[in-house]
Design a protein around this ligand. Structure first.
Ligand SMILES: Nc1ncnc2c1ncn2[C@@H]1O[C@H](COP(=O)(O)OP(=O)(O)OP(=O)(O)O)[C@@H](O)[C@H]1O
Ligand SMILES: [Mg+2]
Length: 268
């Protein structure tokens, strides 16, 4: 495979690197015959081992960033590179868990989870990995159920482990834990961090939960809307595992709330 600078690369020589170069994205709106400037002048890069959270108000372009990386849409201007190769469509190196779960309705939970491993030979190993993940998210009793028999939160957990099982080098999460209760949510946050420790990949997660962003991330991108821009790229300089109630944690919380204009009483 030829890289951006023309050199040959092999899978083993790659330390994964993602690069956004001057990205903008406009959408044409049929109803108003106008244009939505979803993203403007987005520049950032990420390496293996980084866990980046994206926070910002509704409509500021968070999902659009993930969909661009996943290759589901193309930028209006600029280019995105993964390992020096321009992203031009979907690929197996990037796994996306959608904001709304997207399970295959005709497959049982266990078959949904195993779907990404289709073609792998060792059925026994597949079965073990599937069962381990189903157990991790507390759905042992539902492995034979179909998606319509699950609650929204359960379905979201299945969607999450279905992507987890593939261990993609770039793991994209669009508010994956939003529909979960607080305890399941905290458990899965720790599972995701474990996964990152075992296999340091590039993880990019959209979340509305500032605490979740600080607890999990090495960096937080704070965005503003109309057009969607990165207002601040904040490094979270705390060792893992993090203490959710430490003074340093609270300081980061204050800083992010301030950037989001939630630091005054009028906004509360
Ligand atoms: N396919 C599309 N066609 C037209 N407009 C779109 C499309 N996708 C996104 N947009 C517009 O682009 C802007 C950014 O959308 P995006 O979904 O990225 O926001 P978001 O930050 O993920 O919001 P939320 O927090 O509500 O999920 C919005 O104004 C949205 O209406
Ligand atoms: Mg979104």
């Amino acid at each position: 495979m030829a890289g951006r600078k023309g050199e040959l690369m092999t899978e083993t020589s790659i330390k994964h690197h993602l690069e956004f170069e001057n990205i903008s994205k406009c959408f044409y709106r049929k109803d108003t015959n106008g244009i939505t400037y979803a993203l403007d002048d987005i520049n950032f890069s990420a390496e293996d081992g980084e866990f980046i959270s994206i926070v910002g108000p509704s409509g500021c372009g968070k999902s659009t960033i993930l969909r661009l990386i996943a290759g589901l849409i193309v930028p209006t201007t600029g280019s995105i590179y993964l390992d020096e190769e321009r992203i031009e469509g979907p690929g197996i190196k990037r796994g996306l868990v959608f904001q709304q779960h997207s399970l295959f309705p005709w497959l049982k939970v266990e078959d949904n989870v195993a779907f990404g491993l289709k073609g792998k030979k060792d059925k026994q190993e597949i079965q073990e990995r599937v069962e381990k993940l189903i157990k991790m998210v507390g759905l042992e009793e539902f492995h034979d159920s179909f998606p319509h028999q699950l609650s929204g939160g359960m379905a979201q957990r299945v969607a999450l482990i279905r992507t987890m099982i593939n261990n993609p080098p770039v793991f994209l999460l669009d508010e994956p834990l939003g529909a979960l209760d607080a305890f399941t949510r905290m458990n899965i946050q720790d599972e995701l961090l474990e996964m990152r420790k075992r296999n340091p990949q590039i993880m990019i997660m959209v979340t509305h939960d500032v605490d979740e962003a600080i607890y999990m991330s090495t960096r937080v991108l704070i965005m503003t809307p109309n057009p969607g821009r990165i207002k601040k790229d904040l490094k979270i300089d705390l060792p893992y595992p993090r203490n959710r109630v430490s003074d340093e944690f609270m300081e980061y919380r204050k800083e992010i709330m301030k950037e989001l204009d939630f630091d005054t009483n009028e906004n509360k």
